[in-house]
Design a protein around this ligand. Structure first.
Ligand code: ADP
Ligand code: MG
Length: 326
């Protein structure tokens, strides 16, 4: 196992239980996602796993090495990209990487070779001699991403690597992160509160809420565990269709005459159903299948909606920026 934790607990001063008994087992080469709302305990867990914070109780190991007892050895094989930007605006791209390399005691020529390779990997080679203050938000994030890699770690920790980026830039970041795994073969631990990010990028997800992992699994598996797909069928006359919906639940004709129902294994169910409908001479105009999303998964296991948290946070951010602008 590359990352292992047993019953990790962190209680901050003031009796705040930020992490409340977390177990982890992450294999080599995996992209593991910690998905949870603000304050769930993601950053605290990352800080413990990266030796920056001691757990109140419990143990954690990186590639078999204890994060408390073998701190120095652990630090050599991990990379961390913290939640807040870590690169220096007043330095050039290449200088930032060389600074990192120096910190790790890497020889100058070796550092430069590695830096160029990483810059190429995230399409920043062309901007290596520019000051970071001239970079776009996406470029900074990419530099951030590789600054945690100069010492060739085996595990990379990314704490909300796409926080605040626009949707398009975020999608590109996912491609770069996937590329890192593919080209460097590293294990990646990523925290996020973006459902799409966890869904699209991670091999496995742990949904974390109030310091606990509520459920863990592959995105597909988690979505399937919710149970049903929702099907919408638009036909001239939906009424006679009802007769063919064997095994379907929540069958309903909506106001716009669309027939809606829920069914397990819709991939197998729908072709059969269509066959029967055509044979009966009924014409279907439109059909759509809504697969369960991580939203529904989050709701099922935490009893709360993740989107609410997300939108509330967006509102807060907007309000802050309005206040600043005044
Ligand atoms: N240094 C600290 N002292 C006291 N409480 C903290 C500290 N850091 C975080 N917390 C609290 O611990 C909880 C988890 O925080 P954090 O790990 O930052 O969550 P996340 O990264 O998921 O947003 C929150 O309630 C937060 O307010
Ligand atoms: Mg955090």
């Amino acid at each position: 196992m590359m990352v292992e934790a047993e019953n990790l607990v962190k209680i901050y001063k003031g009796n705040i239980k930020a992490v409340d008994g977390i177990d982890l087992k992450i294999g080599k080469g995996e992209i593991y996602g910690f998905l949870g709302p603000n304050g769930a305990g993601k950053t605290t867990t990352v800080k413990i796993l990266t030796t920056l914070l001691k757990p109140t109780s419990g143990t954690a190991r990186i590639n078999g090495m204890d994060v408390v007892k073998e701190q120095e050895r652990v630090r050599r094989i991990i990379g961390l990209v913290p939640q807040d930007l870590s690169v220096d605006d007043d330095l050039k791209g290449i200088e930032n990487l060389e600074l990192q390399a120096n910190f790790y005691g890497i020889r100058k020529d070796e550092a430069r070779r590695k830096a160029y390779e990483l810059l190429e990997l995230v399409d920043l080679y062309h901007a290596k001699d520019r000051y970071v203050s001239t970079y776009s938000g996406g470029m900074r994030k990419r530099l951030d991403l590789i600054s945690g890699l100069i010492h060739e770690p085996e595990v990379l920790f990314l704490d909300e690597p796409t926080l605040g980026l626009d949707v398009q830039t975020r999608t590109r970041m996912w491609e770069y992160i996937e590329r890192l795994r593919k080209d460097l073969g590293i294990t990646i631990f990523i925290t996020t509160h973006y459902l799409e990010e966890a869904d699209r990028l991670c091999d496995r997800i742990g949904i974390i809420d109030r310091g606990r992992i509520m459920v863990e699994g592959r995105p597909e598996e988690l979505k399937r565990s919710v149970g049903f797909d929702v099907i919408y069928i638009l036909a001239d006359d939906p009424e006679p269709l009802k007769r063919y919906l064997e095994g379907a639940v929540n069958v309903e004709i909506l106001e716009d005459r669309t027939l809606r129902f829920s069914i397990k294994n819709s991939e197998e169910y729908i072709p059969d159903l269509l066959q029967k409908i055509y044979q009966a001479g009924i014409k279907v105009k439109r059909i759509s299948i809504q697969k369960p999303s991580l939203d529904t998964v989050f709701l099922k296991y935490t009893g709360r909606e993740m989107r609410e948290e997300e939108s509330r946070e967006d509102v807060m951010r907007t309000m802050r920026s309005i206040r600043r602008a005044r």
